[in-house]
Write a protein that binds this ligand. Structure first.
Ligand code: UDP
Length: 376
């Protein structure tokens, strides 16, 4: 530790990575300062209480994991309900059960049994060689389901042709012939009853937090406050786009408070046709049934990313990954800078993966610090 530093760690970003890292370091006896450029904690999992409804301000966040350690970890900070995500697709005014399951086969082809659905699936699956999202999807579900559920949604979501996108994006979505119509397969699923903001607040208990604090503000010199910096923002921005900007996809959220009990019968309906500019409508009260004469809905519009708006999704194609690897290499040569989270690791992470990453990174750093202090 240098004499001048007040903190051992400056953690930039009060989202899940920053909060978990701060919790672990604080519990291990290190002094942490967490800053965030926004006026609130919790990053993109931030929930805002509107008329008693926990509104997911930056899009729907449903917690799901098979990792018992991560599940036990989050349950230390919040009480979860047993919400299981079930989505409907709206395509040209017709609704379908999604991801593809027995009900979908029933709705489209009148198929009633798993055996018949399996047979149908084999019949419609194609044999393409490409590894892009389009070829992979056609191999999985054939043309009709691809056109109805995937092509339009994917191309508006990512602003690229499905044939130019990596299939990894869609591999998280199951294809089933059983009656299981849940969006996720994971063993543990739920939503924090009091919202994600309260959960992150509990993670950050006893940690010094600075809001409306921009790490890049030249008047502040935030990096002088601590010996080590944990950065959870975009790694290319941290290095001033030295190797060029990485590509992201951005989103715009349109929230609406309606004076009616219910807008749709579930939390999320996906609008898969290309002509509708939004990808989904979220009705927040279904995440945690709330008796209220009001409801809040959110339309999610994908949009081009530029350095002025929010980066949400990394576009992990070959060109961007090559650039990212150059940044990563640079970061690895500077051990006092630690990068973690969706933007800093340029990964299409879910919440549980961010938490697992923060837990493993903090453990590693604690071990290294202990070793260094032993060696001195
Ligand atoms: N997807 C699709 N149709 C849908 C829902 C998802 O084609 O109705 C594809 C799309 O390419 C999307 C990907 O599956 O980007 C992952 O979807 P998910 O709902 O997991 O996206 P997220 O919630 O992370 O935006």
């Amino acid at each position: 530790m240098t004499e001048a530093s007040t903190y051992d760690f400056l953690i930039v970003g009060a989202g899940l990575f920053g909060a978990v890292f701060a919790r672990e370091m604080t519990d291990a006896g290190y002094r942490c300062l967490v800053i965030d450029k926004r006026s609130h904690i919790a990053g993109n999992v931030y929930t805002n209480n509107i008329n008693g409804i926990q509104v997911h301000q930056y899009g729907a966040h449903i917690f799901h994991t098979n990792d018992e350690t991560v599940w036990n970890y989050v349950n230390r900070f919040a009480e979860f309900n047993d919400y299981e995500h079930r989505v409907e697709v709206n395509y040209q005014g017709e609704t379908y059960s999604f991801p593809v399951n027995l009900k979908t086969f029933q709705q489209i082809w009148g198929i009633e049994t798993e055996e018949e659905a399996e047979k149908k699936l084999e019949e419609i699956q194609q044999q393409n060689v490409g590894s892009d999202l389009e070829s992979w999807s056609l191999n999985q579900v054939g043309t009709e389901l691809y056109e109805r559920f995937i092509k339009g949604y994917t191309e508006k979501q990512w602003g690229k042709q499905a044939s130019d996108l990596p299939s990894a994006i869609i591999k998280r979505i199951p294809v089933r012939t059983t009656a299981d119509d849940r969006y996720f397969n994971d063993k543990y699923q739920g939503i924090p009853i009091n919202g994600y903001t309260a959960m992150v607040e509990a993670m950050l208990a006893g940690v010094k937090i600075g809001l409306n604090a921009d790490f890049f503000d030249p008047d502040q010199q935030w990096d002088k406050h601590a010996d080590r910096i944990v950065f959870t923002g975009a790694i290319d921005a941290f290095y001033k786009y030295k190797y060029g900007a990485l590509e992201y996809r951005s989103l715009r959220f349109e929230h609406e408070l309606l004076e009616q009990n219910e807008f749709q019968n579930r939390a999320v309906v996906n609008y898969t046709e290309a002509e509708i500019p939004y990808t989904r409508i979220i009705e927040h009260k279904h995440f945690n049934p709330t008796p209220s004469d009001y409801t809040v809905i959110t339309r999610e519009y994908p949009q081009a990313w530029n350095t002025e708006n929010e980066a949400y999704y990394p576009i992990r194609d070959a060109r961007n990954l090559e650039r990212y690897n150059a940044y990563k290499k640079l970061a690895e040569s500077q051990p006092n800078y630690i990068f973690g989270g969706r933007l800093a690791e340029y990964r299409y992470y879910d919440m549980h993966q961010v938490i697992a990453s923060a837990l493993s990174k903090s453990k590693k750093v604690i071990n290294e610090l202990k070793k260094t202090s032993r060696d001195v």
